[in-house]
Write a protein that binds this ligand. Structure first.
Ligand code: FDA
Length: 394
């Protein structure tokens, strides 16, 4: 009896950034690939990213800009497929781009160009795309992964989990990656919303009245600090500095905010010598939006001319403004989280090709894995790099 032929070399679950890159690379290497997604469009998160212009990479990509239980895990993939490699691909497709700030590269035109480029990279005769079909069953027998989807069945010696994390469920995001991983005995690092606004409760709800006010600050949690803008919202705190620190924040911890990062804590006592008749309120107003200055000084409960205020009180005020302690009571959750931290444990995977150590032929890439980048193009770079690493190995 002859064995029935295997139609595919690999089945990739999820046509996001990581799955598309993986399919393209494997397809270019002559592998027959089936790429399955349950939504009706590939790369949906790419399309909405960066305000529709896709912050597709960051020129400062480095392993220390990623969170993971194993801080060394991302090194290999990131060093073999770099930001410059992706820039070369973008340039090769004539896509115009610009650096916005902090090494963040965006399309001049539209994120659609990135999706079109990735689709163009998938050879027609090698990559079969199945959209809008749910996966109803997965099994493994005789060295083959069997996948049932939309009333059909497919089998291949390799299966790639590229279905991302549960952030923004309304875009089709699910926890499916973790279910598949668990089915094959892979451990999961507890997932949590990351790059997400923080919420304030209790006495701190009064800051909600500042909704819409933003200021350049330094936000810190433990030893990690980010200097960028913060934005007050009707639920608490957001803006790039807060989104960044949210990935490091855990329930019960404080987030410290330096509202005056360019001033020394004793600036008020020095100013008092120069301008004793200046009111504290005007002094602080010079450096902060008026509504924010007013709210902070209300909380500190100090007012009057600098000359009438004691040095100790002024120094204490300076210190509080430079080290304001917020106690967030939570985050806005997966509905608002740009990414999911945690995920499939890197201890289960080879850092070279993303293959499961105990389950030959099973791979996990992209956001599904416990590797989470900073804000600013780092997460796409991880999707490209991990997808490339697996694509080279299929
Ligand atoms: P991704 O989530 O992109 O793809 C997973 C795919 O799997 C999806 O197509 C989904 O439909 C599919 N899927 C899920 N469950 C399935 C199931 N059960 N069966 C079949 N298919 C299933 N990053 C960055 O670097 N720069 C940026 O500008 C932005 N901007 C940004 C904006 C917003 C609003 C969000 C929500 C996120 C970003 N990000 C970002 C983060 C970035 O989008 C994210 O890290 C990558 O898209 C992750 O790529 P993946 O391919 O791993 O998952």
């Amino acid at each position: 009896m002859t064995k029935s032929p295997t139609p595919y070399d690999a089945i990739i679950l999820g046509a996001g950034g990581a799955g598309l890159m993986c399919a393209a690379i494997a397809g270019q290497r002559g592998r027959k690939v089936l790429l399955i997604d349950h939504v009706d469009q590939p790369g949906k998160k790419i399309l909405i990213s960066g305000g529709g212009r896709c912050n597709f990479t960051n020129i400062h990509t480095a392993p220390d800009r990623y969170l993971s239980a194993n801080k060394h895990f991302a090194k290999s993939a990131l060093s073999r497929y770099t930001a410059q490699d992706f820039i070369d691909l973008v340039n090769g497709h004539g896509i115009a781009w610009h650096e916005k700030t902090l090494g963040q590269l965006f399309c001049d035109g539209s994120a659609k160009q990135i999706v079109a480029m990735l689709m163009d990279q998938c050879p027609d005769d090698a990559v079969t795309l199945s959209l809008g079909q749910s996966v109803t069953g997965i099994s493994h027998a005789d060295g083959q992964y069997h996948v049932s989807y939309g009333g059909k069945n497919a089998a291949a010696p390799s299966l790639v989990i590229a279905t991302g994390g549960p952030s923004i469920p309304k875009m089709g995001a699910t926890s499916f990656a973790y279910d598949v991983a668990r089915q094959f005995g892979l451990k999961i690092v507890e997932p949590r919303p990351a790059l997400v606004p923080l919420t304030l409760g209790g006495e701190e709800t009064l800051f909600r009245s500042l909704s819409g006010v933003s200021a350049p600050i330094v936000a810190s949690c433990g030893k990690t600090a980010f200097r960028e803008a913060a934005l007050f919202t009707h639920k608490g705190l957001s803006g790039p500095a807060i989104l960044q620190i949210s990935s490091y924040w855990r329930h019960g911890e404080a987030v410290n905010v330096d509202f005056l990062p360019d001033l020394k804590p004793n600036w008020l006592t020095r100013l008092k010598r120069e301008a004793p008749r200046l009111t504290l309120s005007r002094a602080v107003n010079t450096h902060l939006p008026a509504r924010l200055a007013e709210t902070l000084l209300d909380r500190i409960a100090l007012s009057g001319d600098l000359g009438n205020l004691g040095d100790r009180k002024l120094e204490e005020t300076g210190r509080r403004l430079s080290n304001w302690r917020f106690m967030p009571n939570g985050t806005e959750g997966y509905a608002k989280a740009e990414v999911t931290a945690g995920g499939i444990s890197t201890a289960e995977l080879s850092s070279k090709n993303m293959e499961a150590r105990q389950m030959p032929g099973l791979y996990a890439i992209g956001e599904a894995v416990d590797v989470t980048g900073w804000l600013g193009g780092y997460n796409f770079q991880w999707a490209w790099a991990s997808g490339w690493a697996a694509g080279q190995s299929l």
